[in-house]
Every structure is written in C-alpha cells, then in structure tokens.
Design a protein around this ligand. Sequence first.
Ligand SMILES: [Fe+2]
Length: 396
Amino acid sequence: MVRERKRVLAAFVIIIFFIGLSVLGLWGYASYQSTILYSYVEDVSSKVYKNNDFYVEIVAGEGWQIDGTAIGFGAQYDGYFYNKKGSELVDWSIDFVVPEESYIDSAWNGVFEKKENQIHLHAVDYNTNLSHENAITFGLVMYTSEPFTVNEIKVSGYWDRKMTSYPIFGFLMFLLVIVLVALITYLISDFRMKNMRIKQDEYKEIILQSLKTFANIIDAKDAYTKGHSLRVAKYAQEISRRMGKSVEEQERIFQISLLHDIGKIAVDDSILKKPGRLTPEELEKAKMHASTGGDILKDFTKIDGIEDGARFHHESFDGKGYPCGLAGEAIPECARIICVADAFDAMDSDRCYRNKLSREIIFKELENCSGIQFDGEIVKHMIQIIEDGFSTEDPS
Ligand SMILES: [Fe+2]
C-alpha cells in the first residue's frame, strides 16, 4: 500500500514537472510575437536612448547652410542600434519626428520612408536580425528649411526570446535530469527489492516446509501424536502473540515449537507406544528425548533458541523438571511457552493409555500446576486462548 502511494507520488511529480516545462515552452514561444515599443524619447539632447534590452544612439553631425535654395539647411544623422540582452530581434523599425517640409537626401543600412512629419526606417534583408551583442549602424542626410535636430524617436520590433535563454530553463532541465535519474534508480531498486522479497519468501517457505516435514516425521513415530507438533506450534505462536511479541518473534516461537519433540526419534517405539505405565527405567529413557533433542539441534544456530525449545520444554517452573532442573525464569521463555502448550495438547488428545480429558479437567489441571510446573502467566493466556475459541485447524 505504501509502495503504491510512492509510485503514484512519483508519477504525479513527473507529470507536474512536464506540465511545468510545457508551460514554459509555450511562454517561450509566445514571446516570439511580443512587440516592443521602446526608446520613446522626447528630448534628444543626450542623443542616447536606452532600455533594458536595446541601446539606440543618434548623433547629429554639423549642419550646413545651403544658399539660394528653398530648403536652405542640411544635416547628417548617424545612428547606432545595439542589442544588449539575450533576446534576438527578428524585425525592427525606427521612427523619427521631423519638420513636415524636410526631405531625405540619402540614407544607408535601412529603408527610409517619409510621410508628413514622420521618417520611418525599417530593416533591410541583411540586418533584419539583430542578435545578442550585435549592433547595426544607420544614417541619413536630411534637408530642412530651418536648422533642426531629431527630438523624438520610437523603436519598434519583434523579439524572439528563446525558452533556452531563461536561466530557469537550465535549472529546470537540471531538475529534470535529477528527477529522471532518481526515478530510474528508484524503479531499478524497487524491481530488485521485489525480486529479493520473492526469493526471501521462497526461502522462508522452504525452511517452514522443512520444519513441518521434520515435525511430521516426529509425530509419525506414534499414531496418537499425529499433528501434535504442529498444534503445539500454533498454540505457542498464539500465546506469544498475546504476550505482545513481534510478528518475527511469533514466527520464531512457531518454528522452535515444531521441533520441540525431535528427540523422540531416538526413543524406542516400544516405549513411546506402550499402552500401560512405563517402568522407571523406561521413563528415564523417555525423558531422554529432551536432552537428545537439544543435542540434535545444537548446530541449528540460525533459528535462535531452537535447541533450548527441545532441551528445556520439560523443565518445571519449580525446578523439579528435567533434564537440568532449571526453575522460574532461568528456563528459556520459549521452553516455558512450549511446556504449557504441549501439556494442554497432550491432555486434549487421545493417548494409547487414556482418552482425551474434558476441557474442565484440563483447565483445572493447568491452574493447579500454575506456578509449580507451569509459568502462571502463560497458563492464563493458554486458557484464554481456548475460551476465545482459538482453533489449530486450518480455516479451509
Ligand atoms: Fe516432549
């Protein structure tokens, strides 16, 4: 569920990111059509007009008097148009305000048209594009009846600011690469983790099936104990759950319990299946299954406590059990849990020497032995489990 949410979140981030880039792209495209109307100036005394993107300078040369003509006065204007920023000017024009009776004698680097008191200069083929840090020069010679200086100028144009010229574009591209790398890394590691989890689950299942098979071998020694080890394991797991153990700990207790009677494979069938009372000598041999089980499992160190479960599950809480006579909490907890579950299931099952006991008698027996043979707290859990209707049968 959490992984599902992470995937949705990752997809969401990517989608948002691409939408952001698209919007930026459209913005960049839209700017292509933007019109600029800059450098509108009324006072040309400085003859330099600027804005943030462009720089225009017009210098009036010395005028000269033309005698005996209707016009009477001539002047040359030299212009300089500079593109300061990253924008590319793709078309441009400049307008001057001049006296109505003036006319243009000659002009260069642009096409000049005069209409009433306006001179319109627009780009010619070779200088339509004014790219970043480039400049064009232009000029004209104009005749008027009175000395005159250009005192109003208007620069128009279409500029193309490409999306890639925005610093944020580089930053977003960088982010995009980071996001893509992170996403690919995440997907690869997620895929690997998934495979690893599948493998882990397989190994766990193999271990569990092996343990259950061993348990079946143990129980097969005696028709009366068929399924005993698995039932004890299920009770022990439920007890540990109610004791507040973690899921991993519950699984460990389950596995330990499956093999608690493994030592019985070394006990003679004639003793295990004897319908009547065992002789003291036979009883001693039967009791040997605890220490033998511990010895068999001593090298099985990967499941912590599995040796203890087999060796100490017949220890008594008062110290009168076997094989070591441990008492109280000196008995490993897993062995104390198995001891109660084992006793309950033994009394709850038919044996070759008696039929199964009633629940009432079993509970009384467990309570009577609570704190003597059994750990009292575990007995309480065991009784409660049964009263709650817990079943060791598979739900199917
Ligand atoms: Fe046992």
